[in-house]
Design a protein around this ligand. Sequence first.
Ligand code: NAD
Length: 490
Amino acid sequence: METRLFINGRYEEAHGGRRFADIEPGTEAALAEIADAGADDIDRAVAAARAAADHGPWPRMSAEARGKILNRLADEIEKRARDLGLLEARDVGKPVSECVNHDIARAARNIRFFAAQAETWTQEASFGAAKFLGADLRLVNVTARAPLGVGAIIIPWNSPLMLGTWNLGPCLAAGNCCVLKPSELAPLTSIALGEIANAAGLPAGVLNIVPGQGAAGAALVGHPGVDGVAFTGGVATGRRVMAAAAESLKRVTLELGGKSPNLVFADAGLKRAAAGVARSIFRSQGQSCVAGSRLLVERKIAGDFIPLLLDEIGRLKIGDPLDDQTEYGPLISAAHRERVDGFVREARAAGAEILGEPRRDLPERGFYYPPVVLDRVAPDSHAVCEEIFGPVLTVERFDGEDEAIAMANAGRYGLAAYLWTGSAERALRVGERIKTGMVWVNSFFLRDLRTPFGGARQSGLGRQGGRYSLEFWTEPKLICMTYPEDDANG
Ligand code: NAD
């Protein structure tokens, strides 16, 4: 298991041999001691990326040639899918089946998808006319998309390889070089990407990886050698990243937290909706940016719907994340479990009720926390308004579409919403009025990678996916050429 920084194609220790402990959520024991990047290491990583961007072959290669290498990188990820999935399951606590079948599979697909997007992305040219120095001229305006240069990619701990490649794919496919900063809580699969990049033949310096604390991320954002920052993480950190990037006017894209509502209407297929709602909040133990953490259920069917939902929750297979049958594992850390429990304790003290039989079959070791459904919660309570990022679902009831929409739009987040209804007209009517970046109808998280992914309001800034990502990672550049209206020789 590699635990060091990856700079200019080689693994190396952090300056002064600094290290930090990486704790395994399923066992509560130290899994590895990880090299801890400081400001001097960030300098070296950015210098390597800068040299590769300014003097190396990568930005000047054809998209097709880059695509060949990126596809090999995806092959190498697929070859190691089981090992990477196990490593991610140990590091994050996420069930291994979810890691292998979803996250690692998506990591390879992210890279292939953006390699193909870059190859098929056409640039624009237009003809025009103008008078210049007394002559009638024709113009050819070429709008080229040049790589930005050096990208900083900062990711959270909940889906490291999936989120890392979701950003690396377009950054690299567009011809940039980059520095990837994984979370201090789950850095291992990101670090493994260095060896994978070498196996694929990615030129040295194109991808650099710097595990470290938040300060390493801050040093990266403020670094004068970085041209653009793609940040995925919490709202508070996102605010700091944007403020720091403003100092040097770097462009940023922010993928932040959410408090996404599940709206269940009386005309929904209730059994399917119950399975969908349970999955949307309790998958990854609620540690997902798009977790559907608020249930808004039409009052007249709440009594029928809630037992179906509790039944789904009762069937979740809780256990060791390394067991292929497990659907629900531990939380990322003791501190996070304490934070999640703080929301539940506060809500209960204010009169909230926990619905259903509490799950008592939690393993003894590991940062486990049971799935919780909180009813009778005040609309302005922390449990309803704040992102808990854990397995807690709040229940509110509505009468009719207008009230449902008003409740869904309350609060500061705007990442996703889920509509469960049998009426396509209702889905369109409600979907149009909901202030989120994404609305799923009778499904959860299915998506064509060309479409825009991202949040409205405080859930983010900018969009990722297809051309949206390629546009972020490139600088539009006009090259205007002229030729005379008349053939001087004719
Ligand atoms: P976080 O904001 O604490 O940390 C994210 C990353 O930022 C880490 O690598 C961290 O080391 C780094 N960081 C910390 N301080 C920094 C600073 N001042 N400057 C630069 N980097 C800094 O988030 P987290 O706890 O790791 O992840 C959970 C959050 O991420 C949740 O809010 C979740 O919703 C969000 N998230 C969003 C998406 C999305 O696509 N919208 C996806 C996954 C997770």
